[in-house]
Design a protein. Sequence first.
Length: 174
Amino acid sequence: MNDLVLRPGGPPDAPAVLRLLDDATAWLVARGRTGQWGTEPASTDQRRVAQVDAWVTSGGLWLAQAGELPVGALVVGAATGYVPPATEPELYVNLLVTDRASAGNGIGGRLLAHAADLARKRGLRLLRVDCYAGDDGALVRWYERQGFTATEPFTVERPGRPPWPGQVLARRLD
């Protein structure tokens, strides 16, 4: 996508982030991959809506836009509480989601490269992310193709639902 522009986001972008999450969830459900984000749209889950509200006010939201249409979202900041802490200062990818209709155009990779640039500008040498490690591990392998190395596996216990298997991945920024 030659016309892809990365721009900082804010509170007015909450509907776009929710749309990207809803579309990605529908795409996963259509492929029988319900373990990652469940079956319900993020926009109907008050916990996810609150999470998006926190992201869009955090100062760490970046959107990839093709023309006027947001086709990807990245949120960077501090690591989430359910992952093992880093042993050095880091920048953490809290969210990476792309428009499934634009899949194969390298949008996720461009957003991760931007996250690495942001970390370097802050004098940080470590970029970490976590992702769903269930099913066939395809998402973990995708992050490895982006230059990350799998480090600590973890499990999030969820009352009344199956545990969520996760994987922390790290990328050195030397």
